[in-house]
Design a protein around this ligand. Structure first.
Ligand code: SAM
Ligand code: SF4
Length: 341
C-alpha cells in the first residue's frame, strides 16, 4: 500500500484489488423532510447535532480526498438540501471545479427544496443532479414518501430545468406499487429531456414493512418493458453503477442499478463519508473508518491522510446483499439515509 507523505506528490488512492478510488459520496445529514417507506421508519432517531462534522470540516475532508485524486463528489443524505448552510459548502467546494482538480460536483435530492436552491446550485458550478421520483401519482407519492408533496417536487424540477441543470430521475422499482407506471415514467422523463434510472431496493436498515414484498428484480422489469420499448445497450457511463440503454421509441436514456440481481462491485470506484466523518468503504458492509478523530487531532492533514490510506487498504471486494424470505433482515443495520444513495 502507498503511504501518504506530505513531502511528495499526493499519491492516488488504490485499493487492494487495484481499483482507483476517484468518487466520494458524502452524506451531509441523516435528516430528511420525507420518510420514504423503503428508506426510513416513520419514527426515526437522528444523530445528535453535536456529532456532525461542521461544514468547514466536511470541506476539509472533501478537499483531502480531492488532493488524492477524487474527481467526483456527490452530496447526498438524508436530504442534502435540508442541512443548514449547505450552500456554503457547495460554494466552497466549487473552488475545486474552477481549478479543474474536481471534475464534477453533484447531488442526489428528493427535490423538495429545489425551487429555492436550483439557481444557486448552478451558480456554484453544479451541472447535473439526480432527483428521486418514484411515481407521478400524487396520492401514491404521498404514500411512498409519507411526508412528501409531488407538486412541490415538480416545481423543483422546473426550477432545475430553468437553471440549466441536467437532470436524472431516480426511481426505486417497487413491486405492486410503481412497476405498472414505469412506461409512463419513461415517456415523461424522456419527454422532458431527463434520463431515468431504475433502482432495486436494497436491504439497508430497519423499516416498518417487509422488504420481500417490495423487491422487484430489474431483470424482470426490463423483460416486461421490452414488450413496449426497444432497449439498446449503450456504453454511456456517469461514474456511478448504472448500466444504460437507449430507448429507441423516446430517444432517451434508461439506467438500471442492480445491486441485488447483478453484482457491480468489480468496477467500484467509490467510498462514502457520513456526516459524522465515518468512511464506509462499501455500501453493503459494516466495516468503516473514523476520519473525525484524526481530522480533529491536528490542524495539518497528515493524520487524516494516513487514516484515509488505512481505510482504502481495507476496501472489501464487494457486498453480499440477499433479499429472500430466509434473509428477511437488513444486510446492514444502518439506513440508506446514513450512508446516502
Ligand atoms: N434524499 C435524497 C433522495 O431521496 O434523493 C438523497 C438520499 S436517498 C437515501 C438516495 C437514493 O437512495 C434515493 O434515490 C432513494 O430512492 C434511494 N434509496 C433509499 N433507500 C433505498 C433502499 N433501501 N434501496 C434502494 N434505494 C434506496
Ligand atoms: Fe429522505 Fe431520500 Fe430516504 Fe426518501 S430516500 S426518506 S427522500 S433520504
Amino acid at each position: 500500500m502507498i503511504r501518504y507523505n506530505a513531502m511528495t506528490a499526493d499519491p492516488a488512492l488504490i485499493d487492494p484489488f487495484g481499483r482507483h478510488v476517484t468518487y466520494l459520496r458524502v452524506s451531509v445529514t441523516d435528516r430528511c423532510d420525507f420518510r420514504c417507506v423503503y428508506c426510513m421508519a416513520e419514527d426515526m432517531t437522528f444523530l445528535p447535532k453535536k456529532d456532525l462534522l461542521s461544514l468547514e470540516e466536511l470541506d476539509r475532508v472533501c478537499s483531502a480526498f480531492i488532493t488524492r485524486g477524487v474527481r467526483k463528489i456527490r452530496l447526498t443524505g438524508g436530504e442534502p438540501l435540508v442541512r443548514k448552510g449547505i450552500m456554503t459548502l457547495i460554494e466552497s467546494l466549487g473552488r475545486h471545479l474552477k481549478t479543474g482538480a474536481l471534475e464534477e460536483l453533484t447531488l442526489t435530492t428528493n427535490g423538495s427544496q429545489l425551487a429555492k436552491y436550483a439557481g444557486e446550485l448552478a451558480a456554484h458550478g453544479v451541472r447535473r443532479i439526480n432527483i428521486s421520483v418514484d411515481t407521478l401519482d400524487e396520492a401514491k407519492f404521498h404514500q411512498i414518501t409519507r411526508w412528501g408533496e409531488l407538486a412541490k417536487v415538480r416545481e423543483g424540477i422546473r426550477a432545475a430545468q430553468a437553471a440549466g441543470l441536467a437532470i436524472k430521475i431516480n426511481a426505486v422499482a417497487l413491486k405492486g406499487v410503481n412497476d405498472a407506471e414505469i412506461p409512463e415514467m419513461i415517456r415523461w422523463a424522456h419527454g422532458e429531456g431527463m434520463d431515468l434510472t431504475l433502482i432495486e431496493t436494497m436491504p439497508l436498515g430497519d423499516i416498518d414493512g417487509d422488504r420481500t414484498d417490495q423487491y422487484l428484480p430489474l431483470s424482470v422489469l426490463r423483460a416486461s418493458l421490452m414488450d413496449r420499448f426497444t432497449l439498446e445497450d449503450i456504453a454511456y457511463k456517469t461514474g456511478g453503477p448504472a448500466r444504460y440503454a437507449r430507448v429507441r421509441e423516446t430517444g432517451g436514456r434508461l439506467g438500471f442499478i442492480t445491486p441485488m440481481s447483478h453484482n457491480f462491485c468489480e468496477s467500484c470506484n467509490r467510498v462514502r463519508l457520513t456526516c459524522t466523518g465515518t468512511l464506509y468503504m462499501c455500501l453493503g458492509q459494516e466495516d468503516a473508518a473514523d476520519l473525525r478523530a484524526p481530522l480533529r487531532a491536528s490542524e495539518a492533514d497528515g493524520l487524516l491522510h494516513a487514516a484515509i490510506d488505512e481505510a482504502i487498504s481495507r476496501k472489501p471486494k464487494g457486498h453480499d446483499f440477499v433479499i429472500d424470505r430466509r434473509h428477511n433482515k437488513p444486510a446492514v443495520a444502518r439506513h440508506m439515509s446514513v450512508t446516502g444513495g
